[in-house]
Ligand binder design. Structure first.
Ligand code: SF4
Ligand code: SF4
Length: 168
């Protein structure tokens, strides 16, 4: 019996003093996620602050769990949110429905919606699981302007920018 006790104590002491600690002090300390991790979505902006989302609803159509709701409105040069004719006046994702498949990201023609590295999602009410455009959109980049912007006529006629093919 003494032998078993000593063996048990040795196992504990060895782990305590000689083995590399694997415990992460979450939430103060966070482990980095993998490069292709799919976490909470973000709605992106261009460098000048204009929103990349053009309210086309392709993401909503591609979503297998019907988690996305988009309502679009018309842009004008006096009140412009995004390049082109339309912008998303309402954009919502029901995070309780989302299965983080990334189909919305793949379907988006402007790379407006991307799945980021944030996995800290918790709700105590079903309504809190609906993330609105205001919650999803990234801050205005440095040097950019908030939306809506007043823009020069004839400059932002194209909804989808020229883009290179993705590499991965
Ligand atoms: S990640 Fe998949 S399930 Fe979630 S909103 Fe996008 S398409 Fe829908
Ligand atoms: S996020 Fe992309 S696919 Fe969805 S409405 Fe906006 S532009 Fe269209």
């Amino acid at each position: 019996m003494i032998v078993e006790l000593a063996r048990g104590m040795w196992t504990t002491l060895r782990a305590l003093f000689f083995e590399k600690k694997v415990t992460v002090q979450y939430p103060e300390e966070k482990k980095p996620v993998t490069a292709r991790f799919r976490g909470r979505h973000v709605l992106n902006r261009y460098e000048n602050g204009l929103e990349k989302c053009i309210g086309c609803s392709l993401c909503a159509a591609a979503c297998p769990s019907d988690a996305i709701f988009v309502e679009s409105s018309e842009n004008t040069d006096e009140k412009r949110f995004s390049p082109g004719e339309r912008y998303a006046s309402t954009y919502e994702i029901n995070m309780l429905r989302c299965i983080y498949c990334g189909f919305c990201e793949d379907a988006c023609p402007t790379e407006a919606i991307t799945l980021g590295d944030n996995y800290e999602l918790s709700f105590t009410d079903r309504r809190d699981a609906i993330y609105t455009k205001e919650m999803l959109i990234v801050p205005v980049p440095q040097g950019g302007e908030p939306t809506p912007q007043v823009t020069e006529p004839g400059v932002y006629t194209r909804s989808v920018p020229e883009m290179k093919d993705p590499v991965d």
